[in-house]
Write a protein of this length. Sequence first.
Length: 315
Amino acid sequence: MPDTRQRVLAAIDGTPRTGPALADELGITRAAVWNHIDALRDEGCEIDSTDDGYVLRSLAPYGPASLAYGLDCPAAIEYHDAIDSTNRRARELADAGEIDVAVVANEQRAGRGRLDRTWAAPPGGIYLSLVLEPALTPVEAPLLTMATAVAVVDAVAPTGVDPHIKWPNDVMLATREGERKLCGILTAVEGEADRLRWAVVGVGLNANVSPDRLPDGATSLQAACGRHVDRRGIVQRLLTGIYDALDAPSAVLPAWRERAGTLGRAVRVESNGQVIEGTAIDVDTPGVLLVDTGDDVVRVHAGDCDHLRPITAAD
Ligand code: BT5
């Protein structure tokens, strides 16, 4: 059941509706109608007041009601203009028993990567953490990262960029200068041996951000496209993509392989203090990288991976 603000949006989308007509239709007071219209305008929705009533001209580029409007998946949106970390907040919600909530922020002040590394998160990026209760065991959790990476690649495709996945949790763009990191994924899970109690999938995607606000080795959609991109559309496609992937877990690995830049490449992987060099030949359930070192095929479960010959725009 969509909340009242979503019903207001739907009612004025396409056809003008007067305040009293809306109040009647939605079973709320006229003052409440006015409050919703006011809040939607504050968010950045363009709503005209015509002789025939209120009519929606455009949604806000980014904001809670606009992100939720038309979203075709079970996730509710919790939006913050600024927050310390969407993953921190999502874990808090998960611990309190909330499921199917996407925490989205325009800016993070203490964004985190793996192993407590810093994630630069200036305004204009996509910072999103989705609380899920997937039908997976903790051992299968890497599948969530893979499904999300696939969903990221597909969600940004309409902007015209064609990124690839770098094992285990990066989405990269080939530029003339070499490979640049566009997106990082951070998955946290909690559960018993046979079942996940919750999972939080965090996505940091450099969208409308200038690369000089990002660390070396990073790029953004804005830099690649030469313009601002539609973050709302990307977030909505990303969320539906993650749910769709989890509905068909056996399709995740093949989809990941199709979008991967790592396979067939010379790689150096650091895993638990060990360095493995060789050719990345495949991935296996639940996200294991197979590296052919020449002597042996090593199964790597976790680690940091470098492509020894970076993929460039010329490839
Ligand atoms: C990651 O870690 O790539 C996972 C990043 C997940 C960030 C999201 S944002 C929403 C949610 N809330 C959070 O607090 N986190 C998640 P890792 O593989 O450890 O890579 C971290 C490294 O990427 C850093 O040490 C930097 O070298 C680099 N880095 C930092 N910020 C970056 C950025 N904005 N773009 C590209 N690279 C970045």
